[in-house]
Structure formats: structure tokens, C-alpha cells
Write a protein that binds this ligand. Sequence first.
Ligand code: CA
Length: 312
Amino acid sequence: MTLPCVIAHRGASGYLPEHSLAAKAMAHAMGADFLEQDVVLTSDDVPIVLHDIHLDTVTDVADVFPNRANSDGRFYAIDFSLDEIKQLSLRERFDHVTAKPIFANRFPLQHTALTIPTLREEIKFIHGLNISTGRIAGIYPEIKKPAWHRGHGKDISQIVIDVMAELGFDGSDDPIFLQCFDPKETRRIREQLGCKLPLIQLIGKNEWNESDADYEKMLTSKGLKRIAEYADGVGPWMGYVVDDSGQPTDFTAIAHQWNLVVHPFTFRADQLPSWAGSFGQLVTTFFRRAKVDGLFTDFPDKAIQARNAAVC
Ligand code: CA
């Protein structure tokens, strides 16, 4: 049988600064099936691996370039060239207002000598690990804020698809999922850009403002059927799959009726839903009772251990 997959969310981000190559190496060594890349563009149109459109929650940009904030006080990756971004030290995630870490017991807030990788650098790095270890970990890039990028004159999806093709990812059987929150863009990637890669439609909460979509409508059979017209699977917020009393909803069964794989997010050992007594119980509930096909986690080692105990 095929085991459900464990996707390293921003790498082994429970242990090392998210989206550092070190976090990806650790996740690879832990046996993660897929390593995630969030992708935004620099001012010179280079796709880089960074979760936010801002630089100020994971780097020292405010110290290195103190006069380069936008009028809203934030530092945007799209206002910096790749050369400038490479001068920044990548750190554990922190609150840009209070300067306090988001997760108190993770990697300390300090200079790291880690830097933000480009998408090309990261894919080549993972390819190297696949060769040297003899174990293939897939990749899982996310196109961030396509409408926002378009408003700045940039077609991020086309740029990312071109880089993927250049590095050998262009077929429906390649070890990759391409993900996006914006359903108009995910459909465009399939139908207008002609992308054959496996596509995942992310389903968040409307209040997150990830796009102008109404995510509530995607939760119904009709909504999931529409997604199946262009995507191979869905990446829902975990609360849509198992409710706040710990009971599986009918989400996964409906998605499976439309042949969509289900990869919920985000499983964190240091941020459990109130119903879960342990990380092991959380993961076991999703794999054994909700029957998901994979999940995104900051702690791939713990998720793999729980998965193997739950389904092997
Ligand atoms: Ca992501």
C-alpha cells in the first residue's frame, strides 16, 4: 500500500528557521516525502523561497536597510533586488512590531549566517540530496499572492512554471505538487498556461484574505467538483477536515468522490488543537479516522513516527 505522505511545511521549521536550506536538509534527513517552498518574486523577477511578501518577519532587513521601508512601515521583497536580499540573515520567525518570536521554544532569535534561497538554488539543493542519499523527496512549491504580483506587473505563475520546466519538472508524474490559494490562478495555471504538474487548490479561511475567493463555497460537494475540473487535490485548513470536537467531517469523503487527494495543514507539536491530547493523537486521527492522503507539518520526524504507528 502507498503510505499517506508527510510534507515538511517550510522544511523542518519546528527546529530551524523556516525556508532555510538547513531546514530542508533536516527534513530530508528525517524522511519527509515532500519539502515545501513558498515562492515570491524580487524586484528583478527572481523567484525566492519566502513565505510572506514581507521580509521583516524572518530577516534583519530593518537593520541592514533601515531606510527602505514602504510607506506602511513594512519591507517588501518585491522592493529589493536578489543581491540585496542575499545580504540578509534569515532568522526564526518573529513579530515585526514586538520583535518577539512567534514560537517561544523553537530555534533562538539570533544571527544565523543562513540566507534566503532562490527557488533554483533550493530545487538543485534537494536534487543533490536525492542523489547523495538515494532517496527521492518531492517538492511542493506554492505560488504566493498571484493577484498582488500581477498588480506589480509580474506574472509569478509563469515565472515559477518556467523554472520548474528548466529543472525537469513538467509532467503529471513528476514528484511535485504545485499549490495556490487563489482558485482563479490555479485554474489559469492549468487551462491557460497549460501546466501539466499535479495541482493543489489550497482552502483557507476567508478572514485570512489569501485571495478574493469565498472558501466556504469550496467546502461543499459542488465546490469540490468545480475544483476537480482543474486540480488534482486540495490543501484544506485542518479544521475543515476534523472539527473542533475531534470528529472527522465529511470533507475527505466528498473530496475523494471527486478524485481529489486531501493534504490538510498545518500540524504543529507546539500548537495543538484544543481537542488533541498529543501530537501523536492529532496525526493518528487525521490518518486513521479522517483518511487524509498527506499533511503539512513543521515536525516531519514526529509526523512520520505517528503515521507509521497509525497505518503500517
Ligand atoms: Ca505554504
